[in-house]
Write a protein that binds this ligand. Structure first.
Ligand SMILES: [Fe+2]
Length: 576
């Protein structure tokens, strides 16, 4: 976290008893976060009571902690640790213990504390986040566990950031996105549990807000064992109980759990944490959820969005600014933030959903549409855009890395007047703002720019340029960096949707995209899995792994689909 944000962050963390705001909401819209008791990270209290940490080695951790543990929000001196208690395991007046050690046998405990019993509450769905910022040393792995009534969680491993003045030789990140539980199994997570990386970066669609297979492949059914109902009975989540149920199911998966026990996650989000293709209507002063019943009604969309944010805050250990006393929903959650990994990597995570304008061209994809180029359209919103520009200008690491949700590069078919963008949901629908940002990056000229992207349910690598000709068509633009997209873990991809003829092999379909988009170097529409991106002082290396989401995770092999290397100072993608 940069100094720019740290003052407000500290204030938020001190305010650790879940605050209940009293501010009224502009427009009088009801049931907003300011009126709710939303879970906040707590500071554990030091204790000398040894009984709290006495454990019964034979006890089953799953019965007491059915979602196991997770960690996120790394700083130089801490992480946020997360767990959830089973409601029927909770005993009045019993506090929760937490231990952090340098070894997985807990011989050398470096931090011990308790969370008071009154913080283990149905108000937060029995989730707990403990913020250890300021308690740990920089640049190292730790082991941790929670203990409750003699039962210990599985042991998790977490990692702090390198110190700001450190010069790491290398850092590696597994990059994840799009894990529709009903469309596939989590073989990718089984492999991630043993992946030797420093951190996970999750670019969003951690949950899909669906219970009826709304987003699964039209050619197959909901996967066996993955049919469930939401408490409201709706197909798409529309209440806090619905969102909590989804998180409990997703976080109940054993393969996801093993991976998140092993790695500290840097979380972004995308649309499905709340609703498909969500956006913000400035005129109404409210979000729009186009797929939900009533999702175009400001009051309904506001309430569902508040529900989704509340569950996200409860279930995702992300270090974000969250102030429910702000009168406007857009001012309550600042998901955008940056992390510094010594002098090797500067990373920002942006929010490309809460502030974005609606679809261009009234969502009609037609050749005559030009409103995607309108200068007043925004994906980031004014404040976040200025933050992003300042961050890029200030970044002086070897690698300037943007953890970005949707494809920044154009993806078009056709030529000239017949050219049409395939996805207006990505930056192709916000071409003027893209041009403005790319021109800014070109102007301030960081040493190396790497954009990590999710969302499209494909793997893709290409060149980020100072522009792509849509705003000033007679200009030529230089490469300013590379964009590396990670495939979906389990969500529906092109090969799921279309039953391709046998002679349309992977390469032929990929060639359709690379032929029409000369900034693209590599495309794979067919596979699921994840990417690993490693940064050294000489190279950035992108490796795409394929893991079959249709196979039983225990049998799902991992294959290397592609490897590309970008040298320091040269926006090139060298195939390895
Ligand atoms: Fe997705």
């Amino acid at each position: 976290m940069s100094d720019r944000n740290s003052g407000r962050q500290r204030a938020n963390r001190r305010d650790f008893i879940g605050s209940i705001g009293t501010a009224s909401i502009a427009g009088g819209l009801a049931a907003l976060l300011a009126e709710r008791n939303v879970a906040r990270p707590v500071a554990a209290t030091a204790t000398t009571d040894r009984d709290i940490f006495a454990t019964d080695e034979t006890a089953d951790p799953d019965a007491t902690f059915p979602q196991s543990v997770a960690s996120g929000g790394p700083t130089e001196s801490g992480v946020i640790l997360w767990t959830r208690l089973a409601p029927d395991a909770v005993i009045d007046s019993e506090p929760l213990g937490v231990q952090v050690a340098t070894d997985d046998g807990f011989e050398t405990v470096v931090y011990e504390g308790t969370v008071p019993a009154d913080r283990l509450s149905s108000a937060h769905d029995y989730t707990v986040k403990i913020d250890l910022d300021g308690q740990l040393e920089a640049d190292r792995f730790y082991h941790y566990r929670f203990v409750y009534d003699g039962v210990a969680t599985r042991t998790g491993r977490c990692r702090t950031l390198p110190a700001a003045d450190a010069s790491p030789d290398s850092l590696s990140f597994a990059v994840l996105t799009c894990q529709d539980y009903q469309n596939g199994y989590y073989g990718a997570y089984r492999h991630l549990a043993t992946e030797a990386v420093d951190f996970l970066v999750h670019l969003g669609d951690f949950i899909y807000e669906s219970a009826d297979g709304s987003y699964t492949s039209p050619t197959t059914d909901i996967k066996d064992g993955r049919d469930f109902d939401l408490p409201s009975g709706a197909d798409l989540a529309e209440s806090l109980a619905d969102f909590r149920t989804l998180y409990r199911i997703y976080r109940g998966n054993e393969h996801l759990q093993r991976a998140l026990e092993r790695h500290t996650v840097i979380h972004g989000w995308d649309d499905h944490e709340i609703g498909n293709n969500r956006y913000w209507d400035d005129d109404a002063g409210a979000p729009v959820l186009p797929d939900k019943d009533g999702g175009e009604q400001p009051e309904t969309a506001m309430e569902i969005t508040a529900d989704g944010i509340q569950a996200w805050i409860e279930y995702v250990p992300a270090r974000v600014e969250f102030d429910p006393t702000e009168p406007a929903l857009q001012d309550q959650l600042r998901l955008w933030r940056d992390l510094q990994f010594g002098d090797l990597v500067d990373m920002t995570v942006t929010d490309e959903r809460l502030f974005r304008d609606g679809p261009p061209c009234e969502d009609g994809r037609r050749l005559t549409c030009t409103s995607e180029e309108a200068a007043d359209r925004t994906m980031l919103g004014g404040e976040q855009k200025q933050y992003f520009k300042d961050w890029v200008a200030d970044s002086d690491a070897v690698w300037t890395v943007w953890a970005n949700e949707v494809l920044t590069m154009p993806l078009t078919v056709g030529d000239g007047w017949n050219q049409v963008e395939l996805f207006h949901d990505s930056w192709d629908g916000f071409q003027h703002e893209r041009w403005e940002l790319m021109q800014h990056i070109a102007d301030v000229d960081p040493r190396n720019v790497v954009v990590l992207t999710g969302d499209l349910h494909a793997a893709l690598a290409g060149y980020v340029k100072g522009g792509y000709g849509e705003i000033e068509p007679f200009e030529t633009y230089d490469r300013i960096g590379v964009e590396l997209m990670t495939p979906a873990i389990s969500s529906v991809n092109a090969a799921d949707v279309v039953d391709f003829p046998g002679d349309w092999d992977d390469d032929a379909l990929a060639a359709l995209a690379t032929a029409a988009n000369d900034h693209l170097e590599y495309v794979d529409w067919h596979h699921h899995g994840y990417a690993v991106v490693e940064f050294t002082r000489d190279h950035c290396t992108y490796t795409v792994y394929g893991v079959d989401k249709d196979a039983d995770p225990r049998d799902a092999d991992r294959t290397t689909l592609a490897r590309y290397r970008t040298p320091d100072g040269e926006p090139e993608l060298e195939e390895l």
